[in-house]
Write a protein that binds this ligand. Sequence first.
Ligand SMILES: C[S@@+](CC[C@H](N)C(=O)[O-])C[C@H]1O[C@@H](n2cnc3c(N)ncnc32)[C@H](O)[C@@H]1O
Length: 205
Amino acid sequence: MWRNLKSIGMMIPTDSFYNKFSCFYPLVDVFLKPQKQVLFNEVNTLPAGNLLEIGVGNGAHLPLYKKHYITGIDTSSEMLKIAGKQNHKHVRLLQMDGEALQFQDGQFDYVVLSHVIAVVDNPERLFEQVYRVLKPTGRVFILNHFTPNNWLKHLDRAFGLFSKIVHFKSVFYIHDIATIRSFELLKEVHFGPAAYFKLLIYQKQ
Ligand SMILES: C[S@@+](CC[C@H](N)C(=O)[O-])C[C@H]1O[C@@H](n2cnc3c(N)ncnc32)[C@H](O)[C@@H]1O
C-alpha cells in the first residue's frame, strides 16, 4: 500500500532533493556497502520480528534482510518507486514521514536508521517517534557519521554550509538528542581508522 501523506501538504525540500537524487544514489551506496554488511549481519542474528526501516531510500538493502517482516518508509516518492520495483515477500513500502509516524505505539521489535538521522529535519522528533513505536526492550540500529573528537571535526565544520545544500548535517553528535537517554547502548562498531562512521545498537528501556 502506498500512502501519499505529504501530498496533502507542501513538498518539503528534502523530498525534492531525494526525488532528483534518486537515480544517482547507487553511486553513494557502493561506498557504504561494507558498513551495511555489518549492520545486516547484526540485524539477521536476531529472532524474527516486526522491523521498521525509516528512510528506506531506493531499497538497495531490502535483499539483505534474511528474516523479519519489513516495513520500509520514506518521504521521497521517487526513492520509493525504485524500491518498489523489487519484489520481496514480507516487505511493505509506505510514503511516510519518520517524524510523524502513522503507527500505533509499541508495534515494532526493531527500527533501522541507516544514514537518515542526519538527514531528517528534526532528529529529536524522529527519536521520540522511534521510542513510541518500539515495543518494550525493542532495539534501534543506527548507522551514520558522527562528528568525532579528532581532526575530522574541523572538516565537518568547514563542510557545514555545503552539507545543508545537499540536505544533511555534517556536524552531528548523538548526545545532542535527548531522547537517546531513554535507550541503553548495547553495542558500538567503528568504521575506518578515524571512526567517522559508526553502527550504534540501542535497546529501549
Ligand atoms: C541518505 S538516504 C539513506 C537511504 C538508505 N537508508 C541507505 O542507507 O542507503 C536518506 C533517505 O532518508 C529519506 N528521508 C529524509 N527525511 C525523511 C523523513 N523525515 N522520514 C522518512 N524518510 C526520510 C530520504 O528521502 C532518503 O531516501
